[in-house]
Design a binder for this molecule. Structure first.
Ligand SMILES: Cc1cc2nc3c(=O)[nH]c(=O)nc-3n(C[C@H](O)[C@H](O)[C@H](O)COP(=O)(O)OP(=O)(O)OC[C@H]3O[C@@H](n4cnc5c(N)ncnc54)[C@H](O)[C@@H]3O)c2cc1C
Ligand code: SF4
Length: 561
């Protein structure tokens, strides 16, 4: 079994995505020796295909059936396609299970340096005290053990480095940030923004997104080619592979160990300290051990908690750092199965092939259960919408010959909006180990139990109804709305299964994402979220991670861990 000498590293970071990239950058730039264990293979600009037309692909990007043979879950989301499918986990080799009556699509499982940031949607929004302290207002769940003031400077720092395009809107519940200039709205988006504000008082804004509109640290501004999920040779969107991880490696203080699947945290039971990680080399199928003063899990919520559950010892028989019994519980992930679309025929914009493509559209800020308004009766918390506009040829026009050619050129100017809603943390949404099933590396897999409750169902209905109301207010034609149960449940924004809290009896992590039970063990991905507000999580994941790294370094300096 290969092993690295004890204390050769100050920290082991597991996972190189949004959180792991930042942990490595922050610690390595401060001079700490870091080992970055990543289950996937290295990412490279050579893999990026954003400019490659479909006709150059063997199957013209039409052979979903072939991808389905190895990635039946991953392929359900269109970012897993003929260009990118081998960045994703092989679902047959690395399965998970669910109860028969609670199907759950665990998508976006990447196995490349950069993790999900290779293919993410890049929407980047701050949380506010309306989120961190929501329990005090509506009485549901727990407040976070930190507030907006604690995170504000870290949001600033992360935004300046990542490069977020956006507009300042002055909303208390969706704080402004350090923005690069916004990407202008299209004609129909501008009309929609103005009318929705005028008639309903709701705020529609250019999406706050991790795409550059100005050069930054050697990265070029976006040139509007469109498919960011296939990579970006000019590094114009944020992907930790070519930003935070690259910076960490450039210090000479960080060693990237690829194809290394963390199995369990190794413990020194006498001192109650983590001493390293047992991992499986995915190519050689061989076990290895690596040791360090501190261990930081950043493998994405379910993956990090799987490592903790697999690390049970006689002292922590139901999973490491689980003296509270809370580990694995309170799984949350946004609901997004309500929304609508409408047409804006008044605009004379012509459709064209090969025109610039905006990689982002609009965001509609939450408008339910907010400051200075009485609580909404039908549900707690709220939702925002992501949306985009398009100008397309009229592909479905009727007719033949000359008449068809003419009708085809009639532009279809549309706006489509999709709600993203907060899901309340509930004990009975949880993950556990399925002792009967192992992945190809011999590691027990997760069983995921997740379903919607009354609050989510009422919220989804309102997402559909309110979408119709806003499109109507904007004067759209041919309005279509939808609101259906989110089953099978699926998600890209999972959080909360190693929750932070002030009380070790009811939480796994403290406000610095340090486990209450083991002082040199941290979990710095979204597992720690005490609740999962409707804003997309990644900006907050990154800001929290940097804050926790600063705490870790100050504790190390004082020999407190
Ligand atoms: C299609 C898509 C669209 C999205 N859009 C948005 C959006 O618009 N805005 C937003 O805020 N968020 C979005 N997200 C979510 C966002 O990508 C994640 O919140 C974020 O990347 C999570 O960061 P992370 O560090 O927890 O995990 P990841 O970025 O997923 O990184 C985890 C890494 O850990 C590695 N790993 C896993 N298990 C192990 C193990 N046992 N040992 C070693 N390594 C391991 C993985 O290979 C991976 O590289 C989207 C996600 C997807 C898939
Ligand atoms: S749209 Fe912009 S960010 Fe996306 S791949 Fe093209 S240049 Fe890069």
């Amino acid at each position: 079994m290969p092993s690295q000498n004890n204390h050769s590293f100050d920290a082991i970071v597991v996972g190189s995505g949004a959180s792991g990239g930042w942990a490595c950058k922050r610690l390595a730039e401060a001079g700490l020796k870091v080992a970055l264990l990543e289950a996937g293979r290295p990412q490279s600009d050579k893999n990026f295909t954003e400019h490659k037309p479909e006709f150059e692909l063997k199957y013209r990007n039409k052979a979903q059936e072939l991808i389905r043979k190895t990635r039946p879950i991953q392929v359900k989301f269109d970012v897993c396609n003929e260009y990118t499918y081998d960045w994703f986990v092989n679902d047959l080799e690395e399965p998970y299970t669910t109860p028969a009556d609670k199907p759950f699509n665990w998508m976006g499982r990447l196995r490349m340096t950069g993790g999900r940031t290779n293919v993410w949607g890049r929407v980047s929004l701050r949380f506010s005290d309306w989120d961190f302290k929501a329990a005090s207002r509506d009485g549901y769940g727990e407040n976070w053990p930190l507030g907006y003031k604690d995170l504000d400077p870290y949001y600033d720092m992360v935004e300046k480095y990542v490069g977020i395009t956006g507009s300042s809107e002055g909303l208390e519940h969706l704080p402004d940030g350090q923005f690069q200039p916004p990407v202008p709205l299209t004609c129909q988006e501008t009309l929609f923004r103005n009318r929705v504000k005028e008639k309903l008082g709701r705020t529609v804004m250019p999406t706050r997104s991790a795409n550059l509109t100005k050069p930054l640290n050697g990265r070029g501004p976006c040139h509007y080619c469109g498919p960011c999920e296939r990579g970006c040779m000019t590094h114009s969107y944020f992907n930790s592979a070519f930003t935070t991880v690259a910076d960490a490696l450039a210090t000479g203080n960080c060693a990237l160990i690829s194809n290394a699947m963390a199995y369990k945290v190794l413990m020194d039971p006498e001192r109650n300290r983590a001493r390293g990680i047992l991992y499986i080399d995915r190519n050689a199928r061989q076990a290895g051990e690596i040791y360090a003063r501190t261990v930081i899990l950043c493998a994405q919520s379910q993956e990090s908690v799987r490592v903790l559950l697999n690390s049970a010892t006689s002292q922590y028989s139901n999973g490491l750092a689980n003296s509270s019994g809370v580990l694995g519980h309170y799984l949350t992930a946004h609901v997004r199965s309500g929304g609508g679309s409408g047409e804006f025929p008044a605009f004379g914009t012509k459709a064209s092939l090969g025109a610039p493509v905006k990689p982002l559209g609009i965001y509609i800020a939450r408008f339910r259960n907010l400051p200075n308004a009485s609580p909404y009766k039908k549900f707690l918390r709220g939702f925002g919408y992501e949306g985009e506009s398009s100008t397309e040829f009229s592909w479905n026009a009727p007719g033949f010959g000359e008449a068809y050619k003419k009708a085809l050129l009639e532009p279809r100017n549309r706006i489509h909006i999709t709600g993203f809603g907060e899901v309340l943390p509930r004990w009975d949404n949880f993950v556990e180990l399925d002792r009967n099933v192992k992945d190809v590396y011999g590691i027990p897999v997760l069983k995921i139990h997740m379903s919607d409750g009354e609050n989510e169902r009422a919220m989804i209905q309102d997402m559909g109804d309110s979408a119709g109301e806003m499109l109507e207010a904007a004067g759209a034609k041919n309005i279509r709305t939808y609101a259906h149960p989110s089953a099978p449940r699926w998600a890209l924004h999972e959080a909360g299964i190693a929750r932070m809290g002030a009380d070790p009896k009811t939480s796994v992590l403290n406000q610095f994402q340090q486990t209450h039970d083991i002082k040199n063990l941290f979990v710095m991905d979204a597992s720690g979220f005490t609740s999962n507000p409707c804003q997309n999580p990644t900006l907050t994941i990154m800001a929290l991670c940097v804050r926790s790294c600063d705490y870790l370094m100050s504790e190390l300096k004082h020999n407190a861990i």
